[in-house]
Design a protein around this ligand. Structure first.
Ligand code: ZN
Length: 126
């Protein structure tokens, strides 16, 4: 993810992104990440102990967005409301969004290199 988008995500969603140095995915997923981080941020702000929750890693794995959180449950072992739903939704949405440009895309398996691409960017890579 480029510097401008990285800086935006860190500024706009300071609680959840405070330990993120970089996002290990391309800029086509920027809008998806804005939606996801917005949802995570509002879930975390409502938690009893917001400090427990932050994003540890954002990456692409087997074509889908993967976001690792420091915690998804509170001290009583209960899931933090809204967190899991937002993460699963974003992961599932990512599988049809071109990671390069953000247009509708599909999963491509290029000799074991798996990613999501639109037709245009698949041709560039192939
Ligand atoms: Zn594309």
């Amino acid at each position: 993810m480029n510097e401008k988008n990285t800086a935006y995500l860190k500024e706009a969603y300071p609680n959840v992104s405070r330990h993120i140095t970089w996002f290990e995915c391309h800029d086509g997923w920027f809008k998806l990440l804005c939606r996801l981080f917005g949802a995570l941020e509002s879930a975390v702000i409502k938690a009893k102990e917001p400090k427990l929750y932050y994003v540890e890693q954002v990456k692409q794995k087997f074509g889908a967005l993967r976001v690792e959180m420091s915690a998804t449950h509170d001290n009583d072992g209960l899931p933090l409301e809204g967190l899991d739903t937002a993460l699963k939704q974003a992961e599932s949405d990512s599988m049809s969004i071109c990671e390069t440009c953000g247009k509708p895309g599909y999963i491509i398996n290029n000799h074991g290199w798996i990613y999501v691409s639109c037709d245009e960017h698949n041709n560039e890579k192939g």
